[in-house]
Design a protein. Structure first.
Length: 168
C-alpha cells in the first residue's frame, strides 16, 4: 500500500539534519567574514592615519617648518583623520583594559600609543605580550641620539606597529 502525501518521519529528520548542517556552515562562514571585515576596516584606518601623517609632514616641509616635524613624535594619529572612527574612545590617561570594550580604539596618553582591541579574534595570533590588541606609535626616522653622539635631526616620522601579530 502506497501513501500519496507528506514526508515520512525519516525523511523529515534527514531534511532537518541537512538544514542544520548548512545553517552551521553558513554561520561559521559569516563569523569568518565578519572577522575579515574587521581586519580590513582596521587596516584601512591605519592606512588613512599614515596618509594623514605624510600629508602633515609635507605640509610642514612646504611651509619651511621642517624643525617642527620632530614634534609629531608621540602625537595621537587620530588627529590626522578627518573624522575619528565611530569606536574611538578618545585619549585616556590610565586606561583599564578590562573596562575597554573589544573593537575599540583609544590613545594612551601615558604610553603615547594608539591601541585597538580586537573584537573577533578567531584567526588572530597575538605577539609576545599575548594581548589581543594592536599598538601603534608615531616614531622618528633617522633621528634621536646615536651612541656617544649629539642629537641627530629627525628626518621624518612614521606610524609604527609596536608588537607583531598575525591575523589570518
Amino acid at each position: 500500500m502506497r501513501r500519496n502525501g507528506g514526508f515520512s518521519l525519516f525523511e523529515l529528520a534527514a531534511s532537518a539534519i541537512i538544514v542544520a548542517i548548512l545553517a552551521w556552515y553558513l554561520l561559521d562562514r559569516m563569523t569568518t567574514y565578519q572577522e575579515m571585515a574587521e581586519k580590513t576596516v582596521v587596516e584601512s584606518i591605519i592606512m588613512n592615519m599614515r596618509s594623514g601623517l605624510r600629508y602633515r609632514e609635507a605640509e610642514l616641509m612646504t611651509h619651511n617648518q621642517e624643525n617642527e616635524i620632530a614634534a609629531l613624535v608621540g602625537e595621537n594619529p587620530v588627529k590626522w583623520l578627518e573624522k575619528a572612527p565611530p569606536n574611538y574612545l578618545g585619549e585616556l590617561s590610565a586606561p583599564r583594559e578590562n573596562e575597554i570594550p573589544p573593537g575599540s580604539w583609544y590613545f594612551d596618553k601615558r604610553e603615547r600609543e594608539l591601541h585597538y582591541l580586537v573584537k573577533r579574534d578567531g584567526n588572530f595570533v597575538p605577539g609576545p605580550s599575548g594581548k589581543h590588541e594592536l599598538r601603534f606609535r608615531v616614531t622618528a626616522l633617522n633621528g634621536g641620539k646615536a651612541a656617544g653622539a649629539a642629537q641627530l635631526p629627525v628626518q621624518g616620522v612614521a606610524l609604527t606597529l609596536m608588537e607583531p601579530y598575525r591575523w589570518f
